[in-house]
Ligand binder design. Structure first.
Ligand SMILES: CC(C)(COP(=O)(O)OP(=O)(O)OC[C@H]1O[C@@H](n2cnc3c(N)ncnc32)[C@H](O)[C@@H]1OP(=O)(O)O)[C@@H](O)C(=O)NCCC(=O)NCCS
Length: 171
């Protein structure tokens, strides 16, 4: 990957609130699109960003900027020994230019400097672009897998073809 000198990564500040909340909404929209489920995130998906900011285990968040404009967001949740990178989102018009990789690397570097034992990401199973992105960036170990059984008719359509442990699963 060629490093793009145009964008920079820095720690999130309260001045980044509006743009970062919009990126969170973009992330929710991505999930709505891939699941064809407009209700994901509720009426005000940005409120989940407000909750994210208040999480007690949120150690640090970073933004990517171009010319002062916030175009990417990531952050680190940690209990002091392990960490999860959440969220990772790049604005639609700036994807595929190395921004996501640099955000991710910044969070991983922070984990290393804190001498944490492991770092994880938790993409939804149908987010194949994110799975490819994380795989490209070195996340190759599968950890705990969440299995679901819908108990009410959600009108969702599930997609087959995923295999694990010799069984087929829908996502
Ligand atoms: C996933 C996401 C963060 C990637 O950010 P990005 O800036 O576009 O990614 P990069 O340009 O840094 O790509 C790094 C590597 O990941 C891989 N990659 C990135 N996007 C990919 C895609 N859509 N399909 C396949 N591989 C992809 C490539 O191997 C790429 O390396 P290359 O440029 O050498 O080919 C971005 O697409 C995004 O915001 N998606 C919507 C939100 C989301 O799904 N976030 C993850 C939720 S857990």
């Amino acid at each position: 990957m060629v490093d793009d000198p145009v964008f920079e990564i820095r720690e999130y500040t309260p001045d980044d609130y509006g743009a970062s909340r919009e990126l969170w909404v973009e992330l929710t929209q991505h999930h709505r699109d891939i699941y064809d489920a407009p209700a994901i995130g509720g009426d005000d998906p940005g409120s989940d960003f407000d909750e994210y900011l208040e999480m007690g285990n949120r150690a640090v968040s970073w933004v990517a900027t171009i010319g002062g404009e916030v175009i990417g967001l990531t952050g680190l949740l940690t209990d002091g020994s392990e960490a999860e990178i959440e969220p990772v989102v790049v604005a639609v018009g700036h994807r595929g230019q190395g921004v996501g990789a640099r955000l991710l690397q910044t969070a991983i570097d922070e984990c290393r400097s804190r001498r944490l034992s492991s770092v994880s990401v938790r993409p939804v199973a149908r987010n194949s672009e994110a799975l490819q992105f994380f795989h490209s960036e070195g996340f190759r170990l599968l950890g705990q897998v969440e299995l679901f059984m819908p108990l009410a008719d959600t009108n969702r359509t599930w997609v087959g073809g995923a295999t694990l442990a010799g069984r087929e699963w829908t996502t």
